[in-house]
Every structure is written in structure tokens, then in C-alpha cells.
Design a protein around this ligand. Structure first.
Ligand code: ATP
Length: 303
């Protein structure tokens, strides 16, 4: 297994207060790892330690399987705590300044990144006049200088409207799928990373309280589909043909329940009907993502 990042029992103590408390996480090559936690949970502090902007009080960090972090950090691109953009510079000038600071010789790289982040048509427009979404894109662009293999992004969707969030999400997915980047991205809202994260880590009050694969999210939220039909034996066979992993639990003489698959309810209905089964009801059950998060963090949950 290729691990890009592993932290073992990493802690950070600020004058007796543990901002990060014995956190062990692992990010595999190809992951988009969603790091979720409320404001002040310790996300930024852990990311700062990963990127070499702060040192752990305890624990161990391994990058690309190597404990010599200095030799590995050139493979990381990071954007943490809104890196300063020069407001009176254009996007191209901001990138060019950073290129010179990093000592990157290839001058073409700035134009390539401008195109990649979709800001190649911003010309002479000063960064101060950019929308928040454009600024977030430029910040990701700055992190891409140096051609990193691993991108560490602190709340890149913070403050964006739903369309801006979708844009950033799509862009991260593109970088992951088309450019092969492994991405570690934080947010205080689980839903903002839903659909793109392949794995999740949930942190609260400095402690890692859950870590799981994206496939487990629906089940974690208690999502389930109850199916009432005239021939449930045949219905179970059809479902197992569609989803080999599915587990069917009888709930009455004419109904059974499957964990997850709520989003596929339409497809389930269509396949059952096409197989000649009379579907009497399809009932989705479960919690919302946000309630699941609130539950985990000990917050108030809607009735
Ligand atoms: P947010 O989403 O609000 O940025 P976060 O999850 O990134 O939150 P951190 O910024 O890592 O959280 O902060 C974790 C805790 O550590 C907070 O209580 C914060 O006040 C504290 N903290 C962070 N940096 C320092 C510092 N340099 N000195 C003292 N305390 C700090």
C-alpha cells in the first residue's frame, strides 16, 4: 500500500492546551482525503505540521513513506490559512512572484497554471477585484507551482456560494482524476466534500473521532431503503444482481431493508418493475449528513 501521508499519535500543545491530541491518520496515493471538523477543532494546526509550518510536540509524521520530511516536502503544494495574495497584482503577477520566490526556472509554468485554474482570461484585472471563488482558485494555483504530487488545502470552499463550492469541488476532482494528485482538504462542513472525498477523517476538540472510506458514509448516516413488494424473494435476487455487496434484512412478510442505496432508489424501482415485480413502496430512511456530524461531535440534533 502506497501511503502519501501517515501521522502517528501526533499532538500539538499550546501552553498546556492540546490543539491536536494524539492524531493518527493515513492518506493513500490517489485519495481525496476530506478532513472535517468544527471551527477550532485542530484542522489547520495539523495541516501546518504536515507542511512544515509548525512542529509537533509529540508523535511522528511520515511523508511518501519517509520520516525525513525536509527531503519530501518539495512534493507537497499547500494552501493554508488563506495565503496572502498581492491585491494590486494580477493573477499572472501573483503566480510569477511566487515562481521567482520558489526558484522555479520554467517560465511557462505560470501560464499553464493560469489556464488550468481558468483564470487565463483575467488579463489586467487586479486580484483585489476578484470574486472569492476566483481568489480560491488562484490560491490553489499557487499551491500547484512546483508540480506537487500531494496537495494540502485548508478550507478552499470557505465562504463560497453553492456554485463556487461546486466549482472548487469539480476542480479538485479534475486534479485528482486527470492529473493524478493526491489531495488532503479540510472543511468544517461535511456536505461540502461529499461526492468528491474518497476517505474522511473527522476531528473534534483536537481528537480524531472517526476515519472511514466514502463508501461507508451512507451506512454511517444510517441510510437505508425499505422495499415493500409482492415477491420479495425475487426482489432480493434482482437487487443482489445489481449490487453484489447488498445485504437484505427482512422487516415483514412483504418487505425487506437494505443499508445505503437511498440515492439509487429510482434505479432500484425501475429494475424491480422491469423484472415483473410489483413494488408497493420504497421508503428511504436515515439521517442527514449534518446530523451525523453533529451527533459525532456531541452537538444538538434535530428531532
Ligand atoms: P478553523 O476552522 O476555525 O480554522 P481549525 O480546526 O483549523 O479551526 P485550529 O486553527 O487548528 O482549528 O485551532 C485549534 C485550536 O488551537 C484552537 O483552539 C486555537 O485557538 C488554538 N491555536 C491555534 N493556533 C494557536 C497558537 N499559535 N497559539 C495558541 N493557540 C492556538
Amino acid at each position: 500500500m502506497d501511503f502519501i501521508l501517515q501521522t502517528k499519535e501526533v499532538s500539538k500543545d499550546f501552553s498546556g492546551k492540546l490543539a491536536v491530541d494524539h492524531v493518527s491518520i493515513s492518506v493513500k496515493k490517489g485519495d481525496i482525503y476530506g478532513f472535517i471538523g468544527e471551527n477550532g477543532a485542530g484542522k489547520t494546526t495539523l495541516m501546518r505540521m504536515i507542511c512544515g509550518l509548525a512542529s509537533p510536540t509529540n508523535g511522528e509524521i511520515t511523508l511518501f513513506g519517509n520520516r525525513d520530511l525536509v527531503s519530501q516536502r518539495h512534493k507537497i503544494g499547500c494552501s493554508i490559512e488563506n495565503p496572502a495574495l498581492f491585491p494590486d497584482m494580477t493573477a499572472a503577477e501573483n503566480l510569477e512572484t511566487q515562481r521567482l520566490l520558489l526558484g522555479i526556472k520554467d517560465k511557462k509554468v505560470c501560464m499553464e497554471i493560469l489556464e488550468l485554474i481558468g483564470l487565463d482570461d483575467t488579463g489586467k484585472m487586479k486580484t483585489r477585484n476578484f470574486s472569492l471563488g476566483m481568489k480560491q482558485r488562484l490560491m490553489i494555483g499557487l499551491a500547484l507551482l512546483g508540480n506537487p504530487e500531494f496537495l494540502v488545502l485548508d478550507e478552499p470552499t470557505n465562504g463560497l456560494d453553492p456554485m463556487g463550492i461546486r466549482d472548487v469541488r469539480d476542480f479538485l476532482k479534475y486534479l485528482n482524476e486527470e492529473k493524478g494528485l493526491t489531495i488532503f482538504v479540510s472543511s468544517h462542513i461535511l456536505g461540502e466534500l461529499e461526492k468528491i472525498a474518497t476517505r474522511y477523517g473527522v476531528i473534534s476538540k483536537g481528537k480524531l473521532i472517526d476515519e472511514f472510506h466514502a463508501d461507508e458514509l451512507a451506512v454511517r448516516c444510517g441510510e437505508a431503503l425499505t422495499i415493500h413488494a409482492n415477491d420479495i424473494q425475487k426482489a432480493e435476487i434482482v437487487l443482489k444482481g445489481m449490487f453484489p455487496e447488498v445485504c437484505c434484512t427482512r422487516t415483514s412478510e412483504d418487505s425487506f431493508q437494505i443499508k445505503g442505496y437511498v440515492e439509487q432508489a429510482g434505479q432500484v424501482n425501475k429494475s424491480l418493475v422491469e423484472a415483473g415485480i410489483m413494488v408497493k413502496a420504497l421508503i428511504p430512511e436515515g439521517d442527514s449528513l449534518e446530523n451525523y456530524m453533529l451527533n459525532l461531535m456531541g452537538g444538538k440534533v434535530d428531532a
